[in-house]
Design a protein. Structure first.
Lengths: 211, 535
């Protein structure tokens, strides 16, 4: 006689852990949603490992950024050490208000990490995006803690070489271009399995359209 | 001359004035009729709480000593002597009391009673200071605090009774505060300021209800009035020993014998005359001088001292219901000029925890040129705090009360500015110009920006990343690069401001997978440049 694990009263699926935190925000792509267990978990520390910029890393996040600023209208998105300058018209085309973005560039690694943590903890931001080269494990843990203290989602961009080192982030994605697709390697998500996806973001990237 | 002129003056008709009216000058206070008892609405009644500090000179004199001196002195018989001719004892401690020394004794008598008696001189400035600080403290119970030198405070507490849980609870709280400050006081509550003062001089914890006031007042002995000794003697010769007997005397005669001033005091005590006195107003700026016992060499230590002293500033602000918008901290060195650390806030705040955070960030970026010998905290001015009600809404998700979002945003921005630099946090706004070099402007971030205007609606999609400088694509020398996606968008213009632009823009999919925004510049021999990245 086969035993169905789901039927046993004392067994709960570990996948439910990921939903225990807060809301899930649709990522705009059904396959990514399925891999993430329904959408981006919030508040969470989302780690994106990217070596090349311009491959669709922001397009992937745009639905998240939009929903986060819609949930709490009037809040700011903070960009720390972005690799290039943001384009106001492009933001407007993608339904984000450029006046509600605070941008701090050319910060030292230490200042950027401090600003990241402070902004997350203040609870005054819709989302905080930061680009750090080599954050120490302690810094990552502090960032993770700050996301839950301030109930704010943080997005951390790191170089792809960090894929081998452990991280306390809730979600870790490695983005690699695989023309004409974007390969998303879900390295870690709390309570769920790893996954490997190839997303076709071409139309979204080039047209600036929302899904 | 005068004698010659005299016959020509016309004799005026002589008017016979009544005797009494001639003697009493025709001033306002015609005292033959008592002023009517005003009938006040019970809600308009006042309740004055008088605090008479019994050993103020003693506490003030002790305060002038250092901690070390104080600990040695308090175990011996100790008296504080007045600075009059006789050096009479104003107040003494328990040891001296056991030897028989009493307030009012002359110094000679006191020393005869107790040979090892230590005498401290009275310190009037210290007493005033102590009284003022107590008045400040009492402002947590009521905004109306009147200082009555030398040793009395009177509080109007009608509106505070309910808040503090009744007369007894209020008196208990006040007595406890005074005890913590090392003072004993006698308290009394009455309907008028002056009578409350009198009752406090007579007995401790006297609560006089409005309907008992006339009776209670009548029983008071004359000495509590603190009238000059000669008047008191004169009244005693009349056989007047209590206030009740005094009130029964005919007003006209009494006014002639003791003066209108004192009669007015009687009327004020009975609530028949208004008794207006200025209530204590705190000084208008804050200055805290921190004398250090040793030189401080590290900013960490200096910060902890400053944070401790900011607690004092916090109490100061709370008592005054005040907020500040700027604060200067001066670090004094032995030889070098003073290091000044200004802290500015975008919006006035009464919360020093935020200031502490700003201080931390500011001090982190500071280099100390020399050890610190002395520190000053100076607040040039403050603003009265607008009463804001904090949100009652409890956010179940974040498990805390929703703070005012605007406040937390302002605070975050101030914090970032304090550490990163005043202009490092930027914001961008779109500008109505098609040329990519002019399409947006960067400016210092605001906490509460106005919404951006919509862009030119028909613009083709723009890239999210813009390179700071267009990058020349050297590999393409001739013809078109591979991977161009759309038809070009031609951007021409700029003849009006000298920045002439004539370019064809394309979206281009590169071999590495990135999508770039490239252009061919007709003004630079059709060379190709990368302007941005569609991220």
């Amino acid at each position: 006689m086969a035993i169905d694990l789901q039927q046993l009263p004392n067994v709960w699926p570990a996948e439910s852990l990921a939903r225990a935190h807060g809301e899930l925000i649709a990522s705009g792509d059904p396959r990514l949603d399925a891999a993430l267990g329904g959408g981006w978990p919030t508040p969470a520390l989302i780690e994106l490992l990217v070596d090349h910029y311009g491959i669709g890393e922001l397009t992937l996040l745009l639905p998240l950024l939009r929903s986060l600023s819609d949930i709490r209208p009037g809040t700011m998105a903070v960009w720390l050490n972005p690799p290039h300058a943001l384009h106001a018209v492009a933001l407007l085309q993608r339904e984000l208000d450029p006046a509600r973005q605070w941008i701090a560039s050319d910060l030292s690694e230490r200042d950027a990490a401090w600003a990241f943590e402070t902004s997350l903890r203040s609870g005054a931001c819709s989302v905080v995006l930061g680009w750090l080269q080599r954050p120490a494990a302690a810094v990552l843990r502090r960032l993770k803690l700050a996301t839950s203290t301030g109930y704010t989602t943080g997005v951390l961009f790191r170089p792809g070489s960090a894929a081998g080192t452990p991280s306390p982030a809730t979600v870790r994605l490695q983005l690699t271009p695989q023309p004409p697709y974007l390969q998303v390697h879900l390295l870690k998500i709390q309570g769920r399995r790893q996954a490997n996806l190839c997303l076709d973001l071409r139309s979204r990237i080039e047209q600036g359209r929302s899904p | 001359m005068n004698a010659e002129r005299a016959p020509f003056t016309l004799p005026l008709p002589h008017i016979e004035l009544p005797e009494a009216r001639r003697r009493v000058p025709l001033r306002r206070v015609v005292t033959t009729e008592p002023p009517p008892q005003p009938t006040t609405d019970p809600r308009r009644r006042q309740a004055w709480l008088a605090v008479r500090l019994m050993d103020l000179p003693f506490a003030a004199a002790l305060r002038a000593l250092t901690a070390e001196q104080r600990s040695t002195v308090t175990h011996r018989p100790l008296a504080v002597v007045d600075d009059d001719r006789f050096r009479s004892v104003l107040s003494c401690n328990e040891h001296a009391h056991r030897h028989g020394v009493r307030p009012g004794h002359r110094l000679n008598a006191a020393i005869a009673l107790c040979a090892p008696l230590e005498c401290l001189p009275r310190s009037l400035p210290q007493e005033t200071q102590l009284l003022e600080s107590l008045a400040l403290h009492c402002q947590r119970y009521t905004p109306t605090v009147v200082i009555e030198p030398p040793n009395e405070l009177v509080l109007e507490v009608r509106g505070s009774l309910k808040l503090f849980g009744g007369i007894d609870a209020l008196m208990d709280a006040l007595a406890q505060d005074l005890q913590a400050a090392g003072l004993t006081a006698s308290l009394a509550i009455s309907r008028t300021l002056r009578s409350a003062q009198w009752f406090a001089r007579h007995a401790d914890r006297r609560i006089v209800m409005p309907n008992q006031q006339a009776k209670a007042l009548a029983e008071l002995p004359l000495r509590v009035l603190k009238w000059p000794p000669d008047i008191q003697q004169r009244l005693q010769r009349f056989g007047v020993n209590t206030v009740g007997q005094l009130v029964r005397l005919p007003r006209g005669g009494l006014a002639r014998r003791i003066g209108h001033e004192y009669l007015k005091q009687l009327d004020q005590a009975q609530g028949r005359e208004p008794d207006l006195r200025p209530s204590y107003a705190p000084p208008s700026s804050y200055h805290d001088r921190i004398l250090l016992d040793f030189e401080i060499e590290t900013l960490t230590l200096a910060e902890s001292v400053l944070v401790y002293r900011l607690g004092r500033l916090q109490r100061f602000l709370t008592r005054r219901n005040a907020t500040l918008s700027e604060l200067t901290i001066s670090l004094l060195h032995r030889d070098l000029p003073t290091t000044t650390v200004p802290l500015g806030l975008a919006a006035p705040s009464g919360d020093t925890t935020h200031l502490t955070r700003l201080l931390h960030e500011t001090l982190n970026g500071l280099q100390l040129p020399a050890p610190i010998r002395e520190m000053h905290i100076h607040v040039p001015r403050w603003f009265s705090a607008a009463a804001t009600t904090s949100s009652l809404r409890f956010d179940p998700k974040s498990q805390r009360h929703c703070d005012d979002l605007a406040t937390s945003q302002v605070r975050l921005l101030e914090q970032l500015r304090a550490r990163l630099g005043a202009d490092r946090v930027r914001s961008i706004t779109a500008h109505a110009d098609r040329r990519p070099a002019h399409t947006q402007r960067s400016h210092g971030a605001h906490a509460d920006p106005s919404a951006s205007p919509a862009p030119i609606p028909s613009l083709p999609p723009r890239p999210l990343w813009l390179l700071s400088e267009p990058k020349a694509m050297s590999s393409i020398t001739r013809g078109q690069p591979r991977g161009l996606i759309d038809d070009p968008e031609r951007i021409q213009g700029g003849w009006w401001d000298g920045d002439l632009t004539d370019r064809d823009y394309f979206a281009m999919r590169s071999a590495s997978g990135a999508v770039g925004w490239v252009y061919r510049d007709h003004l630079q021999q059709d060379r190709w440049f990368l302007q941005g990245l569609f991220a």
